[in-house]
Structure formats: structure tokens, C-alpha cells
Design a binder for this molecule. Sequence first.
Ligand SMILES: Cc1ncc(COP(=O)(O)O)c(C=O)c1O
Length: 408
Amino acid sequence: MTPTTKKTQKLPSAHMLPDAEGYFGPYGGQVLPPHLKAIMDDIATAYLKVRETAAYQNELKELYQHYVGRPSPIYYASRLTEACGGAKFYFKREDLNHTGAHKINHALGEALLAKHMGKTKVIAETGAGQHGVAMATACALVGLPCEIHMGAVDIVKEHPNVTKMKILGAKLIAVESGTKTLKDAVDSAFEEYVKDPENFFYAIGSVVGPHPFPMMVRDFQSIVGKEAREQFPAMTGKLPDYVVACVGGGSNAMGIFSGFMDDESVKLVGVEPCGRGLGKGDHAATLTYGKPGTMHGFHSYMLQDAAGEPDPVYSIASGLDYPSVGPHHSYLKDLGRAEYHGIDDTACLDAFMQLSRLEGIIPALESAHAIAWAMREAKNLGSEVNILINLSGRGDKDADFVAEKLGL
Ligand SMILES: Cc1ncc(COP(=O)(O)O)c(C=O)c1O
């Protein structure tokens, strides 16, 4: 199937997609050899069955409340609003979750599923280390061995998360191939996974990869949008005008977007990394500058060369430098339901510092991309306009790196 054969113009409701073969319009699917496709189908069947059971739902609900600390609050940032002189800034505080980011929402769901399926080892890739820490945490909790693959460049940059993964009992695999970042970590994790896919579980860290992962990870993250859809009107009396999130693979964005998908008045904005420029290998703004292609077992927008091989990518935020993106985002872009914009490293660092010094909140560099877009646009919007930003994680992991970079 080519990525253009299934296009329809119907506006999707978040939970009506994908179709039974894992397609979001022309994107997604399972581009895999038959034996791996069969294993992915087993995971899909097990997930669709277990998620209907009261036992699984209650276990996840209890963990979200008593272990993660959900619901995460929404915070009105008055000083940042005043400084930007325009639209009002509200933050969905996923940075306050146990382990410091939204990743724990799907890590717990995946670990419970792996346990339920009787898998013997969980494998995961990580960029910024947040999915790695979340997965190591979830595996410690359910009692499963965990192996995390991480690029050697990211290991140096995100060392606080590396230490945490080790303390939590995960085996860390340093990946020395390619650019030694997120895509290479995915390649390495997949290589390990295919050694024994019947017994191993590859817990993909975003809404990417073959079906059922884009659907499953989105479903686990949809708690963010569900809460925000109730909290925001209770707090302000109306829906937000904009819902904004950074996009690496796209899980935190899919999570918060899903709560507002059917509210046509709410503009959904994904923010991608424009890195240090727009040359090949200098950014990872996949939806903005890529075109449909296939890698890691699924169709989606992709930064690629003439032969369809992934381009090298870069971002100051280790969790955003991936040359593909979640297939649901690709479909939302084509339908015009969400729009995607880029923010470069300099604007990201500025937002990181502004939020820290005006509000006392140190954001993850990934989340700082979404904040930077809102800061850039706020002054062009009136003070009656409300922007809800998904503050996907906290910046403890980035503090030393930023301090050194800025000479603090
Ligand atoms: C805090 C934080 N936000 C966002 C991301 C990007 O991932 P996604 O686009 O799947 O939300 C990461 C990835 O590591 C992250 O650590």
C-alpha cells in the first residue's frame, strides 16, 4: 500500500482511528515481515481485550492516582502572560508527574500489558531519557527485567536520567552507531527485540512504530486531554482557543489533542524542532519539511533522502530528534485539523530561561519548544485569547547542559 491510497476527507474523532489494519488515513500500518506482523497482531488482540476488563482499568486508574499523582493540575502563568503582553498562558503540568514527564502514562500501560502477556523482558529506546526512566520505573513496579537503548551522545547530555535508570535496575545499552541519538537507539532496540519477539516486549516510547503502538500509546496518553477538557472550562468558564504541544514522535501532543479533537473552535498546534538551521541534519521538523515515507515499520511523514532513507536529524532537545512522526499527526496535518510549526534552538533556550525566571518552573527542553511558539505568537493575539500548553516534562535532566551552554 502506498501512503496515498486511503485518504478520506472525513474529520476523524480521536478514538475512531486507526482502522482495523492500523491506518490513520494513508498513514500507519504494519510494514513488517509476516512473523513480526503476527506478533504485533497478538499484541493488538491482547491489548484490545485486556483494556475492556475492569481489573486492568482499575489497576491503571489506581496507579495514575496514587503512584503518578494524577490528575495533573492546570496552572495559569500570570507573570509570563504579562511579560509577553497578549494571550494568556495556561500549563497542563505533566512535569509534576512521578518521574517528571508524561511518559509514565504510557509506560505503566505498556508494562502492565507486557506482564499480562507473560513477556520475560521489556526493551525500550530513549532519547531524553524520560521514556527510559519511566519504563525502568514501571518495570521495577511490575517486576520485569528492563533493557534501555540510548545513544552515546544523549547519555552524556542527559546523565541524571542515566543514573536514575541504573538505580531503578535497568540494563543500559549505549548505542555508538550513526549520530548516536534517538533514531539509532530505536534501531538498536529493535535489533535486540527481533532476537526473541515471542518473549520480549518492545515498549515503544511514543505514538510511532507499527500498529498497535500508535493507537495504544495515544490511548494511554489520552488521560492528559481527558483531564484538561474537564479542568479548563471549570477554571475559566470556556474552552481554550489554542492547545499547544511539542512534537517529537508525538505522544504528549496526541494525548492532549485527543481531549479537544471534536471541539472545532479549539486550534491544535504541534511544535517541531528547527534546531540550528534548515539544512539536512540540522533540524527534525518532520511534518513541516518532510514528505510521506516508510521507516521503523510504518508509513508517515519523514525527513528522507532521494532513496527514501531517513535523513540525519538534530535538535537541542534529545527527545525531539526523530526523522519520522506519529501517523495520526500526519493524518491530522493533511486534514487541516492540526497545524505544525517550527521553533529553533535559540528560541527554545530563551523560553526555557523565561519560564524558569518568571514562574519558577524549569521546563524540559522538549516542552520549551511549545512554550517558545506560544511566546512568539502571544503578542499578536488579544488578551481574551487563552493558550493551553502541555508542559510535557520538567527540566532537571537539562539543567547542567543549559547552564554550561549559557555559561551560567
Ligand atoms: C519531556 C518530554 N517531552 C516531549 C518529548 C517528545 O516525545 P513525544 O513527542 O512523544 O511527546 C520527550 C521525549 O523524550 C520528553 O522527554
